[in-house]
Design a protein around this ligand. Structure first.
Ligand SMILES: [Zn+2]
Length: 77
């Protein structure tokens, strides 16, 4: 499963958000924009934005569940 949002913007206006799982919510915060927060509810698919969103800036956020990040390295043994 992968969640992403946004449109096609140039890289200059692209901010990569950090994601964190809080209950049913995936919370995206931007290291460059203080107070900006975008959250996505996995169950209801509700999207909420907190703080001032600058519409000239594309906030790129992706969330990978821990199960996918911690995929065990497969050995050939
Ligand atoms: Zn930002």
């Amino acid at each position: 499963m992968e969640i992403s949002f946004g449109h096609d913007y140039s890289d200059t206006n692209r901010h990569l958000c950090e994601s964190e799982m809080k209950g049913d919510w995936v919370v995206f915060t931007c290291p460059k924009c203080r107070g900006y927060e975008k959250r996505y509810n996995l169950k209801t698919e509700e999207m909420r934005v907190k703080g001032n969103e600058d519409f000239d800036i594309f906030h790129d956020g992706q969330y990978f569940p821990p199960e996918m990040q911690d995929m065990p390295e497969r050995s050939l043994n």
